[in-house]
Design a protein around this ligand. Structure first.
Ligand code: NAD
Ligand code: ZN
Length: 254
């Protein structure tokens, strides 16, 4: 089936959807100028993940890890949401029961005005106490950028603070897991711009399908989810989402 026919099919299904869940990955932010981890332009071409995004790396060299996160924050400050983020933000108002689960840590969905965002892997704009001192909250927002003195210190205990993202080998917040699993019981589930390799996030599309959801993938490349979903839309999320939105507004006004 041609892409425009597939898009009509998806838009038709959306007309009656009540409960919609969207899961996003790094691909949705590419058009905003933020590279993915695994693509040709990915971060991991410059630096190996085990050097940076693990508790062991932080324990070994917190300054090195903070230098990298600070430079990501500096680049991120210049980025704005793209058309894909905008369409998803408008869907968060259109559908009565909408949840967006994102693996991204860039905050662009929130900046676009999306309601009901579950951040699976935390946020680049949050920090936490490395020592988990009892007086500090688990995570708090800190947008200081650049950070003047690396590595930054905890205002509660004077120890180190860490970036508020989930690192390799760390567990996802149990509350986030429960909320995401509940959201996978929906009418329509989209998986967009994610390589579907990182579990448990990658398993949500199968859960949704097992519970009877109509499932759609949007990605520029083939991923393991392609075998699972009802419709696989091959293209850039910023373009494909724009086209779905157009088809949806046409069919709603006609
Ligand atoms: P990934 O790098 O593994 O996969 C990105 C996917 O996006 C690929 O399948 C690629 O084909 C697809 N893609 C690229 N450009 C696209 C576009 N314009 N439209 C649609 N799809 C496109 O990323 P992931 O699956 O999100 O998982 C890895 C981890 O990387 C996550 O934990 C996330 O925290 C982290 N990450 C986040 C950001 C961010 O916050 N923007 C950036 C890089 C990595
Ligand atoms: Zn502390």
């Amino acid at each position: 089936m041609a892409l425009d026919e597939q898009i009509e099919q998806v838009a038709n299904r959306l007309k009656t959807a009540q409960r919609m869940t969207v899961m996003t990955g790094a691909g949705v932010s590419v058009a905003s100028g933020i590279p993915t981890f695994r693509g040709d332009e990915g971060f991991w071409k410059e630096v190996r993940p085990e050097q940076i995004a693990t508790p062991q790396a932080f324990r070994k060299d917190p300054k090195f890890v903070w230098d990298w996160y600070d430079s990501r924050r500096e680049k991120l400050k210049e980025c704005s949401p793209n058309r894909g983020h905008e369409v998803l933000a408008s869907w968060s108002n259109r559908f009565p029961d909408f949840t967006l689960i994102t693996q991204n840590v860039d905050g662009l969905h929130e900046l676009a005005g999306t309601k009901n965002v579950i951040r699976y892997h935390g946020s680049l704009w949050e920090v936490g106490c490395w020592e988990e001192c009892p007086t500090s909250p688990h995570r708090w927002e800190d947008r200081t950028c650049p950070i003047p003195d690396h590595p930054p210190k905890c205002p509660y205990c004077g120890g180190l603070i860490r970036p508020g993202v989930v690192w390799f080998g760390e567990v996802i917040d149990p509350e986030v897991l429960v909320m995401s699993s509940q959201a996978s019981r929906c009418d329509v589930f989209f998986t967009i711009g994610t390589s579907s390799l990182v579990y448990p996030a990658a398993g949500l599309v199968s859960d949704a399908k097992d519970h009877g959801a109509f499932t759609v993938e949007i990605n520029t490349e083939s991923t393991p989810s392609r075998e699972v979903v009802d419709v696989s839309l091959v293209g850039k999320s910023e373009n494909v989402l724009d086209q779905i939105e157009l088809a949806l507004s046409r069919s709603v006004s006609s």
